[in-house]
Ligand binder design. Structure first.
Ligand code: DQA
Length: 145
């Protein structure tokens, strides 16, 4: 069974109470539960990680990518300035999809640039939970044998 890593970056552990008008009221645990249900239906194994620390996210990418067939990452605010995460994704050779809950292009100017998207297969933003679900669905089709 194909193995997908879902990595959430800084402050995403606060989903549910963090700016609910932007990010909704579902907690990260609840969202991950729904993604696990979906993964079972489409025959994928998922491993979830969340970290508030750039270096830890890089460690996760380097270590866990060795056993992964695809990566879904929401780097949070690191999206907009972490060349180190960009370089880590470029280094590991595992197809990666960048996901954001909110529509970055309807928000602050600084959110409208991702330094990470250029080394990803693509970026999905603005669809909340469904962004992760779309990325899973893509991997399920692409990794079918
Ligand atoms: C976010 C968007 C980022 O700009 C922000 O810093 C986040 C969440 C999103 O999922 O919409 O932490 O990545």
């Amino acid at each position: 069974m194909a193995r997908i890593l879902i990595i959430n970056g800084p402050n995403l552990n606060l989903l549910g109470t963090r700016e609910p008008e932007i990010y909704g009221t579902e907690t990260l645990e609840e969202m991950n539960g729904r993604l696990s249900d979906l993964a079972k239906e489409i025959n994928l194994q998922i491993d979830f990680f969340q970290s508030n620390h750039e270096g830890e996210i890089i460690d996760i990418l380097q270590r866990e990518s060795k056993k992964a067939d695809g990566i879904i990452i929401n780097p949070g605010a690191l999206t907009h300035y972490s060349y180190a995460i960009r370089d880590a994704i470029a280094a590991i050779n595992v197809e990666t999809i960048e996901v954001h809950l909110s529509n970055l292009f309807a928000r602050d100017d600084f959110r409208q640039k991702s330094v990470i998207a250029p080394v990803c297969r693509g970026q999905v933003c603005g669809f909340g939970f469904y962004g992760y679900a779309m990325a899973l669905s893509y991997f399920s089709d692409m990794l079918e044998d």
